[in-house]
Design a protein around this ligand. Structure first.
Ligand code: BES
Ligand code: ZN
Length: 457
């Protein structure tokens, strides 16, 4: 049996591959919301069953949170080992009213499959399962050892994953990791992503008087937590877009001239980008282009703000408390823990008397870059060209996949970030979608990747 049989299997099973993805998308595996705990497990079980049907050694591991699925193809002596990582959990679907069709009723419109998780990450993750299926079911002996690690907590910070990897180092040992949970550079232009930003996420809680007060009777004499919150949040960045946390830039690895030239060579249309987002201007750190700001410079964004009266009309109240959630995106070498310490010192110094301040640090992960000079990267480039008909470009991206740093740290291996998604897939937003042609091209590229990596040994 030759590789042609694999490609033939793919061509003959497109409808089945789509039906299978829809089945997984119908399971509302929202990891952040405990009301969906049983559904998250059901999605994990569904993934595990895919592997069991291929006769891969499969396990569903309990964690203090959601289960982790592992699977392994029958051992091929002497062949290289690839570890595929993905996640079967999804972000909450709200605001529900903004979906054209319900988030957990997958619907095809204009060649796109709409559902929560379509691209992030159920659709992308499944490409690496279906590609293995094509090898197995076409009776073509796999030229690599495939291992899978599919988790259910990526969207809530992968809290239990690091300990799991630490405890299963031997079972997870591999030559390279493959993850499809990123984006192409644009429609028809696949990419290999060699850098991701890290993250440091915080909640700031401020408390003033013991209860809400009449703002006329007491205003002017009592520190207002909402005013204070506005002041503290405003202090995080100056008007040049530079973050004001002391020492924040100390460890930042600057962009090289070569990298800036490569970014500038990519065909990026600012006007089109603005139209896609519905904004009338782009702003950010002075002295950097939009791609540099998004991919290779750290930043800080407020993710949520709460205080005071939110109802209809005007209410003259001096609120008793105020809170904000905000996160920094980090670049390689910045340490999320050090930033947390420095941030807290800064906020306490700025906080006026009469306010009690609490800073909660949520998940953190360092930024990563992976080397491009590797035979695995060349193998991936050839596989992408086979699947997509176009050679990939090399990009960085602004999102975070915390486990990439963990694989480097605990297993000593690099990751191939092969994104089949698109920037306008509405990840984490209403009307998330995945282009079905990209789903099939991704499966084809993945199937070829096993061949390209295997034939090197
Ligand atoms: N798939 C994304 C990460 C991503 C998005 C990479 C866009 C490249 C481009 C992933 O599922 C995600 O959203 N991760 C979180 C991580 C966080 C919860 C620690 C993120 O980036 O916000
Ligand atoms: Zn994802």
């Amino acid at each position: 049996m030759s590789f042609a049989a694999v490609d033939q299997y793919l061509a003959e099973h497109t409808a089945q591959f789509e039906a299978d993805l829809c089945e997984l998308l119908r399971i509302p595996s929202v990891s952040a919301d405990s009301a969906f705990k049983a559904d998250v497990r059901r999605a994990g079980e569904w993934v595990a069953n895919q592997f069991r049907q291929l006769k891969f050694a499969t396990q569903l591991h309990e964690t203090p949170g959601h289960p982790i699925v592992t699977a392994q193809s029958p051992f091929v002596p002497g062949a290289p080992t690839v570890l595929v990582y993905g996640h079967y959990d999804v972000q909450p679907p709200d605001p529900l009213g903004e979906w054209i069709t319900p988030p957990f009723e997958p619907t095809i419109r204009g060649g796109n499959l709409y559902a929560r998780g379509a691209t992030d990450d159920k659709g992308q993750m499944l490409t690496h399962v279906k590609s293995a299926e094509a090898w197995v079911r076409s009776g073509t002996p796999l030229p690599v050892n495939l291992k899978y690690l599919i988790e259910g907590e990526e969207e809530v910070g992968s809290e239990n994953l690091e300990a799991f990897i630490e405890q299963h180092k031997k079972e997870l040992a591999a030559d390279v990791v493959v993850i499809s949970d990123t984006c192409q550079f644009g429609p028809g232009q696949p990419a290999i992503t060699y850098g991701l930003r890290g993250i440091a996420y915080f909640e700031l809680r401020l408390r003033g008087p013991k209860q809400d007060l009449h703002s006329g009777t007491f205003g002017g004499a009592v520190t207002n937590p909402a005013n204070t919150l506005a002041k503290l949040v405003a202090a995080l960045k100056d008007d040049q877009g530079r973050i004001q946390v002391p020492g924040f830039y100390d460890d930042v690895v600057p962009l090289t001239d070569r990298e800036r030239q490569e970014f500038a060579r990519l065909k990026f249309q600012e006007a089109e980008f603005m139209k896609q987002l519905g904004v009338s201007a782009l702003t950010g750190e002075a002295g950097y282009t939009t791609l540099e700001r998004r991919w290779a410079r750290p930043t800080c964004d407020v993710n949520g703000l709460t205080s005071g009266y939110q109802g209809e009309g005007a209410k003259t109240v001096l609120p008793a408390k105020a809170s904000a959630k905000f996160s920094f995106r980090l670049v390689p070498n910045q340490d999320p823990h050090q930033i947390a310490v420095s941030l807290e010192q800064m906020l306490r110094k700025l906080c006026p008397p009469g306010i009690e301040l609490e800073l909660i640090a949520f998940h953190g992960a360092p930024g990563v870059v992976v080397p491009l000079e590797s035979p695995h990267v060349s193998a991936a480039a050839r596989a992408i060209e086979h699947g997509f008909g176009v050679a990939p470009v090399y990009i960085r991206e602004g999102g975070s996949i915390p486990v990439v740093g963990t694989f480097r740290k605990l297993l000593g291996i690099d990751t191939l970030l092969l994104g089949w998604g698109l920037d306008d897939d509405n990840t984490h937003s209403p009307n998330e979608k995945f282009c079905l042609a990209d789903y099939h091209r991704g499966i084809k590229a993945s199937a070829r990747l096993w061949q390209e990596i295997g034939s090197r040994s």
